[in-house]
Design a protein around this ligand. Sequence first.
Ligand code: GDP
Ligand code: MN
Length: 348
Amino acid sequence: MLGMLLILVHFTEPISYYLYLRNRKLNIEYINNKYRNISIIIPTYNEGERIKEKLINVLQSYPLDYMEIIIVDSSNDNTEEIVKSMQIHKLKFIKEKERRGKIYAIREGIKQASNDIVVITDADAIWKDPLINAIKYLGGNIGAVSCIKHANSNVENSYRNFYNIIRIGESAIFSTPIFHGELTAFRKDIITPEELPNVGADDSTIATLVSLKGYRAICVENMRAVEIAPRGLDYITWKTRRGSHLIRHFTRFLSKVIRSKNRRFKGIFIEEFYLHLINPWLLIIGLILLSIWNLYLLIVLFSISAILSINVKFREALRAWLPNQLFLILSQFFALRGEVLAWKKERK
Ligand code: GDP
Ligand code: MN
């Protein structure tokens, strides 16, 4: 029976959180639709294949007069050549002597930024909306803005839809502790480069630091981005590497968040900590207990989910959910290795 109970909690907890957040709308006092000067930072490591499409996308997303582009590059491919051949108006190209990891590149980029609003974006991300949709929120008590995500595969997308609604709901309540590398826009008066620790999850670290300072870090619905997901074995490496970045993120900040005074952010952070570090174990332990003590119940459980799987939506959700729980557990073991700052580039 304990096994059954654990499995029940494993599914009802996130579903309740989802239902609780589902219909929340962002309420914002501060919106500034005027174009302001921004600095866009793109860290690059061997992005020769992608950088041109990326820059075209960035250049079309905001008026040129208002943006400076900073590329911090540690490539040993033709990235630099391609960037320079594009003759971009306000470009700072910083070549790193050696590859030290994305976080070093970002810190360098922020130091070189001439404007108060900084936007960090990965080379393998494409924005689907004009950047003003995100920038307009920066000001007042909003310290940072990120996008919502769409993927290029169906399974990845059904998982995405669930998480996008959670991100938006958390943003409506106060802040989300999870940001996306596709777009991390923030105010330099709130976060300085020196404050950024050596982490893999730079995006979520910025969101959490901003929130700990009492400002909001929000994901907005009208700013969508697509990231290309790797296939095959690299998909697994990718999921677990990023999972372990997030796991380390949650353990790193837990005690600071608990000691902080912001009750709304504390609640959100602890819920996410639970979802990433504890909830996956309930499923695994529950299944193991059932298979040891009560094979009969396990069969009933599988039959029920097989019947429910006739519904396409349910089937897709389950197909995305189950591997993700396993990835999260694997990620916890990988996280024990310590912080990985310069990772092997996955094939996309
Ligand atoms: P993921 O988005 O977390 O899966 O990581 P990616 O491998 O896509 O990297 C995110 C961004 O950081 C991309 O634009 C990379 O080119 C860039 N990047 C990754 N590692 C380094 C590095 O060591 N130095 C620099 N300058 N950029 C890096
Ligand atoms: Mn990426």
